[in-house]
Design a protein around this ligand. Structure first.
Ligand SMILES: Nc1nc2c(ncn2[C@@H]2O[C@H](COP(=O)(O)OP(=O)(O)OP(=O)(O)O)[C@@H](O)[C@H]2O)c(=O)[nH]1
Ligand SMILES: [Mg+2]
Length: 327
């Protein structure tokens, strides 16, 4: 439930609950534990229409100002539609004692309404080029020890909080990239919907995802193979989809001295890390902690592997003299 006024929830209630949850997950034998010493490379792409809060979200996620909050453009060219660009930002992080070399690739200019088809192509091309680089490296006789794996492990798609379900742009983009990257749908600026509106919107979005057969990362589990805890955790996270997000760089110190990230309104506050206010804390935890390995594994074992198979069979078909289109 949204508790906008501080009378509804103690300022740090969500954070504390979440922190307890976080520490339970790093236990000996868990994926996180195995990765604790190595340090990991992890890459996420953020895609969404202009002004949906991507910059604010990235800074909130990284807990520091990775991007300037307001990008001051040239007033003389402000009316011109800017082309979509790919802007990678690298942040060295430490989560529960695990070093993460985290890269966020933002895509400003996406969906500005001029040529969205071109944007879909560019994003697919970007993702496939990273696969191509890995494939080229794998097939070298002598590997480059300094090779940096730039494959994108998750794409966070920012859905406009219209209350009406997915728009054509959302459907097209997610369908186009879904076989190349783990798509995680999120409701941007979810504080602009009431509790009932948000629940109804989430339901409608998931119905659309189902009806249009959009491949997303839906916390896959095997009820027979996986342990009960994993099944339960994934089931809960699947229920939350699409994650309702609130971002903010405004910080307050509560009565207990803890720093709380909030958005302040005339009627009260929305706390970013409070799980009763939005799903930000659960998204952050799953992304950078509990499901980081799973996202990487799916990228490598399924998405990249499919790309590799397609690519190599195309090449073989080409060599055998049969036109690729005829396959
Ligand atoms: N209500 C609400 N406003 C938000 C939220 N996140 C960001 N904003 C506000 O929305 C405006 C745009 O935020 P940005 O983070 O610059 O959005 P962006 O997607 O990076 O925008 P472009 O880079 O211009 O496409 C700012 O005024 C933010 O303060 C949110 O979760 N809820
Ligand atoms: Mg921005």
């Amino acid at each position: 439930m949204f508790g906008y006024s501080s009378a509804h929830a103690s300022p740090s209630s969500g954070t504390n609950k979440f922190q307890g949850y976080a520490s339970q997950q790093t236990r000996p034998g868990s994926h996180r534990w195995k990765n604790a010493k190595k340090g990991l490379q992890f890459t996420v792409m953020t895609v969404g229409c202009p002004g949906l809060g991507r910059t604010t979200f990235i800074n909130t996620l990284c807990e520091k100002q990775v991007l300037p909050s307001v990008e001051i453009g040239n007033p003389e060219t402000a009316h011109e539609v800017q082309p979509m660009t790919f802007k990678p930002y690298n942040v060295e992080m430490e989560e529960d004692g695990i070093k993460i070399s985290f890269t966020v690739i933002d895509t400003p200019g996406f969906g500005n309404g001029i040529n969205n088809e071109e944007h879909f192509k560019q994003i697919v091309h970007y993702l496939e080029t990273r696969y191509e680089e890995t494939l080229a490296e794998e097939t070298r006789i002598k590997r480059n020890p300094k090779f940096k794996d730039n494959r994108v492990h998750a794409l966070l798609y920012f859905i406009t909080p219209t209350g009406h379900g997915l728009r054509e742009l959302d459907i097209k983009l997610m369908k186009r990239v879904g076989n190349r990257v783990n798509v995680i749908p999120i409701v941007a600026k979810s504080d602009s919907l009431t509790v009932d509106e948000l629940n109804a919107f989430k339901k409608r979005v998931m119905e659309d995802i189902d009806n249009f057969r959009i491949p997303i990362y839906n916390f896959p589990y095997d009820a027979e193979e996986d342990d009960e805890e994993t099944v339960e955790e994934n089931r809960e996270l699947r229920q939350l989809l699409p994650f309702a997000i609130v971002g903010s760089e405004e910080e307050l110190v509560d009565q207990e001295g803890s720093v709380v990230r909030v958005r302040t309104y005339p009627w009260g506050r929305v706390e970013v890390d409070n799980t009763e206010h939005c799903d930000f804390a659960r998204l952050r935890f799953m992304l950078l902690n509990s499901h980081l390995s799973d996202l990487k594994e799916i990228t490598h074992d399924i998405l990249y592997e499919n790309y590799r198979t397609e690519k190599l069979s195309d090449e073989n078909a080409g060599e055998s003299g049969i036109p690729v289109e005829a396959q």
